[in-house]
Every structure is written in structure tokens, then in C-alpha cells.
Design a protein around this ligand. Structure first.
Ligand SMILES: NC(=O)c1ccc[n+]([C@@H]2O[C@H](COP(=O)([O-])OP(=O)(O)OC[C@H]3O[C@@H](n4cnc5c(N)ncnc54)[C@H](OP(=O)(O)O)[C@@H]3O)[C@@H](O)[C@H]2O)c1
Length: 272
């Protein structure tokens, strides 16, 4: 599988999302995915499933160094001492001595960006996270983080799929060689019934979901973390890597409506 090399880490382009997977179901899904060949797992303190992710990693028997683990600090915990507390709790639940990537899950109103990144950088210097990054950051916020603070962010994880235009953020990230990690890459499953994607899939012996996923993974500097609880879907998403889309397919996908943002938690200060 292709990797994205960023800020000293190699992140597999396809990872397993785990939002809404809990407890033993989460452990089983993570163990299954690792058994099938996944080497990138995405979790967050907010998902309440880091214990299940940790149990799945342990049960897989795969060497720690061969797995990329991302977790995230919730927007209510962005004061320096709160970040430390959240981080320690995440590591303990994951049963790990370090993570590969630690993200700010959402920006918060009134957050102190320099203090936040100083704390995150210390965690990196201490070797407890190999890299740091952000999620749901706008171009304006990215500019502050990258150009004013100079924080070495390894990615911006944002909603990105065939039904949502992200040209503005994508262009900025590409100009700074920062990867985009696409969440909700299957539009929370909504891609499966789309006629255009189904028609493309029929030409390639692939499903609509595989087409939607491969469209993302074909893009430079883009990783994707579909959540799949069943082994069949996990395998189908791995197999999507073998789908070969052509210009005609990409033109048809470009013509889909791209205004469907699915995640809006209500506390985001500004999307632009
Ligand atoms: N940073 C953030 O703020 C943020 C926000 C949202 C999500 N995320 C991350 O991104 C991950 C993915 O997003 P998401 O879970 O919201 O949505 P998603 O990955 O776009 O869609 C998940 C849905 O697609 C289904 N599915 C998976 N593979 C399939 C296949 N091959 N064919 C048909 N259906 C398939 C899943 O089925 P099952 O239900 O059977 O598994 C599930 O219902 C999350 O799990 C989380 O790790 C991050």
C-alpha cells in the first residue's frame, strides 16, 4: 500500500475509521482489519473506544512499529494541562507507550494556538507522539499554525468525499506539502446508492463505494479512513486500491453535486 511521508512518519494512504465502534465490536473490527492488512487505525478520545482499539491492536499480534495509530484531543481539552491529561488517558486506554499522530480534533473558540502547539511539540519531543496535526482546520487557521507559529503539522483531517468540494483547503495544504486525511470518505455510506458511481463501478467490476474511495486515494497527498465494521467491507475497501479509474470516470465524478457537508457539530466558529 502507498504511504504518505510527512513530518518523519509514513502514514498508509488507507486507514480504518472507528467512530461509533464501541467496546468488543471495536476490538473485533480493529483485529479483523489488521489481520486483512490494514496498518493505519484512526481513533479519538471523543469516540470512547480507545480501549477497544488498544485491545484489537494487542490481539492482532502485529508489531507495534508496523502500525500507524492516530488519536485526537477533544476541543474542550485544549488548555496545556488538559491536553496533557487527555494525552495520558488516551495512551493508557490504547495500552501504548506512544502514538504516531496526535491531532487537535476541532478548533475551539478562544483557543490559545501558540500554547496548544507548544504543548503538542513537547509531547513530540518527549517521543510520546511521533507527529502532531490538526483536524477540521480552515485555511485561515492553517495559515496561523503553519506560517505564524511554524508548527510542523503532519496533516489536516477533514471531511472529503465525492459530494463535497474541498478545493480551497486542498490547494493550501498541497502548497505546503501537508497531507489531507479524508474523513467520511464514503459520505457515511451515502455513496453506495449513487447512480453515477454505480455506473462507473459496473464498468470496472467494482462497487460504488470502491469507486468513491479510489477517487480519493488517486489524489496526491490524500489519505482516507473509511469506517467498516464488517470484514467484507474492510476487504472491499482494500480491494478498491486495485480499481483503475480513467478520465471519463473522473469527469463524471466531477459533475456530481459537491455541496453536501455531513458533519457540522454546531460549535465550529467559521467554515471559510
Ligand atoms: N476528525 C473528525 O472530526 C472526524 C469526523 C468524522 C469522522 N472521522 C473519522 O473518519 C472515519 C470515517 O467516517 P465515517 O465513519 O463517519 O463515515 P464513512 O467512512 O464515510 O462511512 C461509514 C459507513 O460506510 C459503510 N461502509 C464501509 N465500507 C463500505 C463498503 N465497502 N461498501 C458499503 N458500505 C461501506 C460502513 O458500514 P458499517 O456500518 O457496516 O461499518 C458505515 O456505515 C470515522 O470512523 C472517524 O474515524 C473524523
Amino acid at each position: 500500500m502507498d504511504h504518505l511521508h510527512t513530518q518523519g512518519i509514513d502514514m498508509p494512504k488507507l486507514g480504518l475509521g472507528t467512530f461509533r465502534l464501541q467496546g468488543d465490536a471495536c476490538r473485533a473490527a480493529v483485529e479483523s482489519a489488521l489481520g486483512l492488512g490494514y496498518r493505519h487505525i484512526d481513533t479519538a478520545e471523543m469516540y470512547g473506544n480507545e480501549d477497544g482499539v488498544g485491545a484489537g491492536i494487542e490481539a492482532s499480534g502485529i508489531a507495534r512499529k508496523d502500525i500507524h495509530v492516530t488519536t485526537k484531543v477533544w476541543h474542550e481539552n485544549l488548555a496545556p494541562d488538559a491536553i496533557r491529561r487527555s494525552f495520558d488517558a488516551s495512551l493508557a486506554k490504547l495500552r501504548l507507550d506512544h502514538v504516531d499522530l496526535y491531532l487537535v480534533h476541532w478548533p475551539a473558540k478562544g483557543m490559545n494556538l501558540p500554547a496548544m502547539f507548544e504543548t503538542l511539540m513537547k509531547l513530540k519531543q518527549e517521543g510520546r507522539t511521533r507527529a502532531i496535526g490538526v483536524a477540521n482546520f480552515t485555511v485561515a487557521l492553517l495559515k496561523t499554525v503553519v506560517e505564524e507559529i511554524g508548527a510542523p503539522i503532519a496533516c489536516n483531517q477533514i471531511e472529503y468525499h465525492v459530494f463535497l468540494d474541498q478545493t480551497k483547503v486542498r490547494s493550501y495544504l498541497a502548497s505546503k506539502s501537508i497531507p489531507l486525511v479524508a474523513y467520511c470518505p464514503l459520505a457515511q455510506g451515502k455513496v453506495t446508492d449513487n447512480k453515477v458511481l454505480k455506473t462507473i463501478g459496473a464498468r470496472h467490476n467494482a462497487s460504488a463505494a470502491q469507486v468513491a474511495l479510489k477517487w480519493l486515494l488517486d489524489q496526491d497527498g490524500v489519505a482516507a479512513i473509511p469506517k467498516a465494521s464488517r470484514a467484507e467491507s474492510q476487504q472491499a475497501n482494500l480491494d478498491a486500491l486495485n480499481v483503475k479509474l480513467d478520465d471519463e470516470d473522473r469527469k463524471a465524478i466531477a459533475g456530481l453535486p459537491k455541496d453536501q457537508r455531513l458533519v457540522n457539530p454546531g460549535f465550529h466558529p467559521d467554515w471559510d
